[in-house]
Design a protein around this ligand. Sequence first.
Ligand SMILES: *Cc1c(COP(=O)(O)O)cnc(C)c1O
Ligand code: SF4
Length: 344
Amino acid sequence: MESWERELKQCVTSPEELSGLFRIDHLPLAEVAGRYPMRITPHYLGLIREVGDPIWRQCVPDPEELSDFSQSPDPLDEERLSPVPGLIHRYPDRVIWIASAACAVYCRFCMRKRGVGCSGMKSAPIEEAASYIESRPQIRDVVLSGGDPLLNSDDRIDAILCRLRKIPHVEIIRVGTRVPATFPQRITPRLCRMLKGHHPLFLNTHFNHPAEITPEAAAACARLADAGIQLGNQTVLLKGVNDDPQVMRELMRGLLAIRVRPYYLHQMDLVKGTAHFRTPVSRGIEVMEALRGHTSGLAVPHYVIDLPGGKGKVEVPAGQVLRDGSLLHVRNYLGEEIVYQDLA
Ligand SMILES: *Cc1c(COP(=O)(O)O)cnc(C)c1O
Ligand code: SF4
């Protein structure tokens, strides 16, 4: 057993363990954790400063998860778009490959809350998924997702990547993983050596708060970057966690400093059990306007809504634009209205 596998056994998985650690009499959360599993790594637990802070909110069950009746477990229709179990094919040229149902930390706001950590979500059977991709030459981009694909053994990840690399039309492979933030011990030198053999490889990680950018996370990202892997980041806009211009600016700058390029800022999906994290789109625009022009353009992600019904992602524009004939009225980062002469 590798040391990261031993570490994973030290995770907190029941609310009672928290009441002892944080000296709270009684946390009435067993029912919530029974419905939506809980797991917190020792590393992530160590980032909690106080009950209810942004780290706590992301990982500790909340009774509100069970009182959200308005939404669907799968608003993006991922199940309908699965031609093979564990493969989501929505866009013509790329697919999502569910490589694991498990995560190091179960995020309370997860868009796959319907299945992560449960027997209901299945990872794609390697041969079946690979044959599907092999017989469709238009697929040139495969996104390994989950769950967290890096909760697999190195050997299993290697087997998936080797199989995909036998398919000539698969140009790029992406890995979507939150372990650099929640479980940096998983990014071992051995894992990085293995990944390095499968370029061009992109890895999108998932940091939501500046407190997640620890020395351990920075070291994990450095090991990946040194293996030549392009690092991006997907952040979810979360009420009470990062729906604040200052916090978001600190997060995005902090990511660049650990060699991670912000990619997406996601508006919360309309997933059942997560309503208490939702913010209005106007808040997202406000946060984006506090980035553009106020810090490096490299620190500015694309703010996207993943449309219900599997209709795809759309970018939400910031910086209001009005057209008057061939004149564009735009607002710059200082809030000034500027008129730009377009081609007539
Ligand atoms: C987000 C997503 C992708 C990847 O989209 P990009 O915009 O290329 O990053 C692919 N398939 C599905 C189903 C997705 O939700
Ligand atoms: S790591 Fe990703 S897939 Fe896993 S619970 Fe968190 S958001 Fe969901």
